[in-house]
Design a protein around this ligand. Structure first.
Ligand code: OAD
Length: 255
């Protein structure tokens, strides 16, 4: 498939779902999950830090990693893919953004009602009683070695505050999952952007969309195996989304 074949489908679409993974934020400088970590974190595997067990075993190490990620997100800007997705919502009758990302770059690009399947770096809560916690900006809290940070304590029960993200082995938030699933099953075009598609249940969404007759298109610079009914646009998210928008609606790129 080319962006011009896709343009026709988009012009006729009544409901578009944009499903994003870490690759959609990669061009904003946020490392993906399968990228080797660099610098202070090079010895750690993200999959081992993103678990309830990791937090219980070493709260300061786990919290320090999430604060480092939160700082990176605060310093980052939405890229051309986030902006094109927000613009696409103005051009089609209905568009739903469903993301696996825990950053807020879709919202900062102008997307509304974003469904966050894996929670958010910006909504920490008590690990014991669940009370929401407000965090200051992380810059002045980062210690010199940038690594371990003692998590704050809950003002209600003195439990540790944990990141508001979904960890491996945890359930997805029920309302986000049912909204994502409903959108996937009702849309006519499903764009899956920058995800390795290996983490379930999120990775089920493109299959559900396909099962309900949607055109499913994967956008990724690294080709992977897909079924004969799905489509692939090979390239970075920002380039492909900007060119898709241009082909479909014939105007200038968004920056
Ligand atoms: P991954 O890190 O698994 O995959 C990122 C994907 O983005 C890969 O397929 C890359 O090829 C692709 N990519 C890299 N640069 C890109 C670019 N410029 N444009 C488009 N794509 C690009 O991230 P996710 O699929 O999001 O879960 O991972 C899914 C979940 O696993 C995450 O939400 C997280 C993780 O562990 C939890 O924390 C529960």
């Amino acid at each position: 498939m080319t962006t011009s074949n896709m343009a026709q489908q988009l012009r006729e679409a009544k409901h578009v779902v944009v499903f994003t993974g870490a690759g959609a934020s990669a061009e904003s400088g946020i490392p993906t999950f399968r990228d080797a970590l660099t610098g202070l974190w090079e010895r750690f595997d993200p999959a081992h830090l993103a678990t309830p067990q990791a937090f219980r075993a070493d709260p300061s190490l786990c919290w320090g990693w999430y604060e480092w990620r939160r700082l990176k997100v605060i310093q980052a800007q939405p890229n051309g893919a986030h902006l094109a997705i927000a613009e696409l919502a103005n051009r089609v009758p209905k568009l739903t953004v469903v993301t696996q990302n825990v950053d807020d770059l879709h919202e900062r690009a102008g997307s509304r009602d974003v469904i966050h399947l894996h929670g958010s770096l910006h909504s920490p809560r008590c690990i014991d009683c669940g009370q929401a916690h407000t965090l200051p900006l992380p810059t002045d809290a980062l210690p010199e070695d940038g690594r371990r940070i003692e998590p704050p304590r809950c003002s209600a029960c003195n439990g540790y505050v944990r990141p508001g993200v979904v960890w491996f082995g945890e359930m997805l938030p029920e309302d986000a999952w049912s909204a994502g699933l409903a959108a996937a099953q009702k849309c006519d075009v499903f764009l899956s952007i920058g995800t390795s598609g290996i983490v379930y249940p999120a990775a089920e969404l493109p299959l559900r969309a396909l099962g309900h007759g949607a055109t499913v298109v994967h956008i990724n610079p690294v080709r992977f195996d897909i079924s004969g009914q799905e489509h692939f646009l090979e390239g970075p998210a920002s380039v492909m989304m900007q060119s898709l928008l241009r082909e479909t609606f014939g105007d200038h790129p968004i920056s």
